[in-house]
Design a protein around this ligand. Structure first.
Ligand code: HAM
Length: 423
């Protein structure tokens, strides 16, 4: 047994120094959600396994290789949620949201779990900010989702994002296209990678996900689904492109973009960032999923949404924009143990006025405590010793200017308030 307990592989601690980035991401998410009228929803971190098998799809990598599933005491198979869309569609019907005015606009922030091989930007537990718009098939809602995501990056000052866009048709045009792809790839089966050969049978669209350089030339010359869309899918895609162009959002048409979850129909998109590099360059992705509700056994209901990978966004934020955790206003110290309770009480008085105070109970010398105060980033030190106690005074030290004054205790609040106000 290891001598010291280990962090589970593929997990991360989000430490105090990381928190400003996470708070910024969450604030930007709430800001965009509010502007577009999206309401927050939180679903459980685990669901019945069946939800993901039916929703995400039996043959997908997520379901076949990446789920954390377990059996509970009642013999039910449960799974730590690998994604949020299927759970939210379930919750939409569970809560009777289909009878509310449509579409229902929801957003979520929380942890997700996938047993993928951990590497830079890929974790077993990761976090997503996502949105789902359920109950209306308008292509303008696809545009809305894409714009909201785009604005989230802009709100965080994350530059260098490229938007990849494709349409993968629907149950009307996709079956014929699938056959066309099989015909195209069939003569080359022997030269395809093993993974691609398996995908050829199960879902030939996923051949475009192949990372094998040998498959590249074949992929490049393959028939593109956008050339084989049925009338309504082609019209919807035209409207999405028109909407994005009108909003001034640049996009790259990417015929290789098929996404790894089975529920997508029509529009699919991903936000990429070059600095993430390689296979993990996707900051977020989403699309329309008009068949998902029916696949889960509910009345057929259209939906569209995306999810952003927050660990990946944090990597970029850290590179581009140093943020520091908030510092306390005041650092409170007593010179003698007998004065500590009094200082503790003065600190409470300040806190009642929304001034943040860190109380230092250590028996160390004053200069050591003041060094700690500076290190913590405090603006002001509050110091009380026997002399001050006797005169009902306190010493207030400006830690930046390195000056200090003694003031009457009853003037503590106004003096500190003035110093902070003038900061
Ligand atoms: P997804 O593409 O599977 O889509 O995941 C969205 C984002 O989550 C990815 O672009 C990536 O940034 C992040 N992500 C995924 N797996 C990991 C991992 N193992 N470690 C770190 N980050 C990861 C979905 O989940 C869909 N539910 C999105 C959606 C919403 N589609 C429609 N509505």
């Amino acid at each position: 047994m290891a001598r010291i307990a280990q962090r589970a592989p593929g997990t991360q601690d989000i430490l105090p120094a990381d928190q400003p980035y996470w708070e910024a991401m969450e604030a930007a998410a709430k800001d965009q959600a509010a502007r577009f009228g999206y309401q927050r929803i939180e679903t459980p971190v685990y669901e019945t396994t069946d939800l993901f098998v039916r929703g995400v799809g039996e043959g997908t990598d997520i379901v076949t290789k990446e789920m954390y599933s377990f059996t509970d005491r009642g013999g039910r198979s449960l799974t730590l949620r690998p994604e949020g869309t299927a759970p939210i569609v379930r919750a939409y019907f569970d809560a009777g949201m289909q009878v509310e005015p449509q579409p229902v606009r929801l957003f979520y922030i929380g942890p997700f779990f996938r047993a993928e091989r951990p590497q830079a930007g890929r974790f077993h537990q990761f976090h997503q900010f996502g949105i789902e718009t359920i109950g209306d098939a308008s292509p303008l809602l696809d545009v809305e989702a894409i714009v909201l995501g785009w604005n989230w990056f802009a709100g965080l000052d994350i530059g260098g994002v490229t938007l990849h866009l494709n349409s993968i048709g629907d149950e009307v045009c996709r079956p014929a296209y699938r056959e066309l792809l099989r015909e195209y790839f069939r003569p080359h089966l022997a030269t395809l990678s093993e993974t691609s050969r398996a995908r050829f049978e199960k879902n030939p669209l996923r051949l475009f996900d192949s990372k094998d350089p040998n498959d590249e030339p074949l992929k490049r010359n393959a028939p593109r689904i956008v050339d084989h869309l049925c009338g309504p899918c082609a019209e919807a895609f035209r409207l999405v492109k028109e909407g994005l162009t009108a909003r001034g959002i640049p996009f790259e048409l990417d015929p290789n973009l098929v996404r790894g979850l089975d529920y997508y129909t029509r529009t699919v998109f991903e936000y990429h960032h070059e600095s993430l590099g390689g296979a993990q360059n996707s900051l977020g992705g989403g699309g329309r999923y008009d068949g998902l509700a029916a696949a889960l056994g509910y009345r057929s209901t259209p939906g569209v949404g995306f999810a952003m990978g927050m660990e990946r966004a944090a990597i970029i934020l850290k590179q581009s924009k140093p943020l520091t955790p908030p510092a306390p206003d005041v650092y409170a110290v007593a010179l003698e143990a007998s004065d500590e309770l009094h200082v503790f009480h003065l600190a409470s008085t300040l806190r009642a006025r929304r001034i943040s105070v860190v109380f230092d109970p250590s028996p160390s010398r004053l200069d050591t405590k003041l060094r700690k105060a500076v290190k913590r980033g405090a603006r002001v030190a509050l110091i009380v010793g026997p002399e001050e106690r006797e005169k009902n005074q306190v010493v207030i030290r400006d830690l930046r200017l390195k000056t200090q004054t003694s003031v009457a205790e009853r003037e503590l609040l106004s003096t500190v308030g003035q110093m902070l106000g003038g900061a």
